[in-house]
Write a protein of this length. Structure first.
Length: 109
């Protein structure tokens, strides 16, 4: 059973601009993509409640980093979105537009 979280944060340690979206399984177990959040530059961290980007409560989801003019990156660790849950899955992304790496740092409550 996947861990439930209510928020995701992404620290941009890469040489590019990035935004957050989510890949999630809908009620028919089909993969969907949420809307994207705002772009943010190197050195900044954004925290997002997936529900604000259209992810339904209870969905299994994966953080999707939308790298502007580059190669997107999708987290390997899936979570269950639970609206109102105080836990946050914290990620960082580093590298360049075409060669970047994203990893889960921790889950905080």
């Amino acid at each position: 059973m996947a861990t439930s979280v209510g928020n995701f944060s992404l620290h941009n340690g890469g040489g590019f601009v990035v935004s957050i979206s989510f890949d999630y399984l809908d009620e028919n177990l089909q993969m969907q993509r949420s809307k994207s959040g705002s772009n943010f530059p190197l050195g900044q961290t954004e925290t997002v409640d997936p529900g604000t980007l259209g992810v339904p409560n209870g969905s299994t989801l994966w953080l999707h980093a939308d790298v502007v003019w580059g190669t997107d990156n999708v987290a390997s660790q899936g979570f269950v979105y639970e609206s109102g849950n105080a836990s946050t899955a914290n990620y960082t992304i580093t590298g360049t537009t075409l060669n970047n790496t994203m990893g889960l740092i921790n889950v905080t409550s």
